[in-house]
Ligand binder design. Structure first.
Ligand code: ARG
Ligand code: ASP
Length: 717
């Protein structure tokens, strides 16, 4: 037995030394399962994914399309991050009932709060449909035709695949379009808020600590899924009952140690691990710096207002967090890519790629891939920069411009599809805008606009800028727009949108904010988008060929498909790291760190008095570790990305030991280049979650629902 194990470890070590990867749960049998067992896993690939019996995957739904969550009770109780539930917690909050600040706990099911538009989606089964999707594709000559045929096949296969009436089928491309998998899913729509700690716990450290280790954030919230009487998805109804999942996770209070096996299941959104060096160079030198500068300006303005005005703080909290999150990530990513010499390493790999092609005599198929990439990325550069300016300024960070852009699309709907389509879209917009204006402050937006339009006109590629915006004075442009435009408030917007299509379009075209959006968007759609799309399409096709070549010529590398918001499994070990010369980080943080970071009254580092009292009294219940300390967070080598927030971190037996919520600063480049030395995911320790629910919130109703696995010594306490 021992010998077998040692042999296993020996066989696996070289691969393990590379680490990383987000694997497809239905395809773990083989090298992954072997490696996982060598790392200490006690369960099998079938326990993780099985179609016919319940398996771990049945407890891990996609939360709200962007995060992950997990079932932790037989009565539909769902655990995810505080930052994943944030929008919903915010939407129930007012200055009087401020659940963001004070937290929220339902002590009875009847107190749970329904959430409009919140959905939770489970995977029922996964099937490889690659050959069906490629039917009739390869004899077509152009990439455009091929893509069209693939889309037709996707629609047809999705439609005809056998499933129940309440289920859906979706098909996703893997390995840059070399493989297609079909997912049968079930989406629940009645999902209620059950519990959230105050932000001083759930968002402790806020943006200063975001993407940073050591970390002390209790980033969790609780929801409950409701189903109809047959345990099936249903719209919200008072008659719905708690959903009974096929599987839920027991929670381990046994604790973790360095080098323990861990695995994380969830829905990573997007990675680009196989980009050629030319693309990475562009991200590092051009695209990230431009986006960072724009967001930096917008954030500084918003932060100034939020610190002075509580109502604005609530209005902008969620938006600000979203913008700040990627702003900070891109800074870390750029640094990490530089420090790890990612471009040079990619170039080395490309040299090997080229050599192997030559050796195999496959020049005809692959010989020009890298040269074509180089040519395309050189050509696309100004268009890519212009696209990012447009996206960041118009679509994302200046609210009045983003509102204007929706209206611009409305006018296009009228022009292309007529009055009825226009009216439908218009009514949708009016409804949607109500929520947007609820969280809108023209005062804040005006200052943001002034900064961003200045950057746009002075720094985006000149050749695509509408002539009248050359050398424009940002400050007078701003006053001209905010003093006159009707888009600065909801009533003004409704006024513009009242009447038939013709009169609406006429009014729109007299509004100065709208006119500016139209000027910019017209020029973007004429001068940037077509050329960008044309080159980009070529790159997509090249990427598919490149990926195919990598799989063919590097069969022994750890090749996993880039993230695409589908369910994945990643695994590794609890491990500290060395962020920089002479510094070593330990893998576990404790409540002591909260007290060390405590700044009374600070908006990021204040601590609730009750938590300080519990700390002083060491009232940790059964959740303290064996030294009597309260563990808070830990890190491991699991390869995660955006979308993995809220993912369950599991031990060797498949019990819940933590809740994934972030990565470490030095390793945020893992979306493009994963380095096992410094890439770590960050998880809240399950014991801290239990402690907060139990000792801080006294939500015994919730504790009673859970299955908690205690270490032997604490069972009888
Ligand atoms: N960085 C984490 C993730 O990408 C957490 C973000 C939420 N927290 C925040 N302070 N914005 O989502
Ligand atoms: N915080 C991220 C999320 O929300 C996770 C990550 O990027 O590591 O999904």
């Amino acid at each position: 037995m021992k010998i077998v194990r040692i042999l296993l470890i020996l066989v696996v070590l070289p691969a393990f030394a590379q680490q990383g990867g987000m694997w497809i749960p239905s395809l773990l049998k083989g090298p992954n399962e072997t490696e996982m067992k060598a790392l200490g896993m006690k369960i099998s690939a079938d326990d993780i994914y099985s179609v016919n019996t319940s398996s771990l995957k049945d407890a891990v739904p996609h939360f709200d399309g962007g995060c992950t969550a997990e079932m932790i009770s037989p009565k539909g109780l769902l655990l995810t991050n505080h930052h994943c539930g944030y929008d919903n917690i915010q939407s129930h909050s007012t200055v009087e009932h401020d659940y963001l600040t004070d937290g929220f706990w339902a002590y009875k099911m009847s107190e749970e709060l329904p959430n409009k538009d919140l959905t939770v989606t489970f995977i029922i089964k996964i099937e490889d449909v690659t050959s069906k999707i490629f039917e009739g594709v390869n004899n077509l000559s152009t990439e455009v035709e091929k893509q069209k045929k693939i889309q037709l096949n996707i629609a047809a296969v999705g439609k005809s695949f056998p499933k129940e009436a309440w289920q859906e089928a979706m098909i996703r491309a893997f390995y840059d379009g070399n493989q297609y998998l079909l997912f049968v899913t079930e989406t629940f729509k009645d999902v209620r808020l059950v519990g959230a700690p105050p932000s001083s716990i759930g968002k402790f450290g806020s943006d200063t600590d975001n993407w940073v280790w050591p970390r002390h954030t209790g980033d969790f919230s609780l929801f409950r899924i409701y189903a109809d009487k047959n345990n099936r998805p249903a719209d919200y109804s008072i008659d719905n009952v708690p959903y009974q999942p096929k599987h839920f996770f027991p929670i381990s209070a046994k604790g973790i140690q360095e080098n323990d096996f861990t695995m994380v299941m969830g829905y990573p959104g997007r990675t680009q691990e196989y980009l050629p060096s030319f693309a990475v160079e562009q991200i590092v030198n051009d695209l990230n710096p431009a986006k960072i500068e724009i967001r930096d300006a917008a954030l500084k303005v918003q932060d100034g207002f939020m610190r002075k005005d509580n109502a604005i703080k609530i209005q902008y909290a969620s938006k600000y967090a979203g913008v700040a999150n990627y702003w900070k990530k891109w800074i870390g990513e750029t640094k990490g890519l530089k420090k790890s010499n990612a471009v040079a390493l990619k170039k080395e790999f490309e040299k090997k790629f080229q050599e192997r092609i030559m050796k195999a005599g496959k020049q005809a198929e692959y010989g020009s891939v890298l040269a074509d990439f180089e040519k395309n990325y050189t050509e696309i550069r100004p268009f890519a920069i212009a696209k990012d300016y447009f996206t960041e300024v118009v679509l994302r960070n200046s609210e009045i411009l983003s509102f204007g852009y929706r209206l611009y699309q409305l006018e296009q709907v009228y022009n292309s599809r007529g009055e009825q389509a226009f009216t439908d879209r218009k009514n949708n917009l009016i409804a949607g805008f109500e929520g947007l204006y609820k969280d809108y402050s023209a005062q804040v937006d005006e200052k943001v606009f002034e900064q961003l339009i200045d950057l746009y006109t002075s720094k985006s590629p000149k050749q695509f800028l509408p002539e009248s915006l050359n050398n424009v004075n940002a400050s007078s442009l701003t006053t001209g727009i905010f003093g006159v435009s009707k888009l600065t408030n909801y009533d003004g917007l409704k006024n513009i949108l009242s009447g038939d299509a013709k009169s609406v379009v006429e009014k729109l075209n007299q509004d100065p904010a709208y006119k500016l959006v139209k000027l910019i968007a017209d020029s973007y759609q004429k001068n940037v988008a077509p050329k960008f799309d044309e080159i980009n399409l070529k790159n997509i096709a090249l990427q598919r060929t490149y990926m195919k070549g990598i799989m063919e010529f590097f069969p022994n590398d750890r090749i996993f498909p880039d993230a695409n918001s589908t369910l994945r499994v990643t695994y590794g070990q609890v491990k500290g790291y060395k962020p920089s010369d002479a510094v070593v980080y330990e893998p576990v943080s404790y409540l002591d760190g909260v007290i060390e970071k405590y700044i009374p009254g600070d908006y990021e580092f204040d601590v609730p008095k009750k938590l300080i009292d519990l700390y002083n009294a060491k009232e940790y219940g059964k959740y303290a570790d064996k030294n009597g300390k309260m563990p808070l967070a830990f890190i491991a080598t699991n390869h995660t990305t955006g979308g993995n927030s809220g993912s369950p971190a599991l031990d060797a037996n498949g019990n819940l030991i933590g809740l994934n919520f972030d990565r470490v600063w030095e390793g945020t480049m893992s979306d493009i280049y994963y380095s096992p030395e410094i890439c770590r995911n960050i998880m809240v320790d399950a014991r801290y979650i239990l402690f907060i629910i139990d000792k801080f919130a006294h939500a015994n109703n919730l504790i009673e629902e859970l299955t908690i696995v205690y270490p032997k010594s604490k069972k009888s306490k």
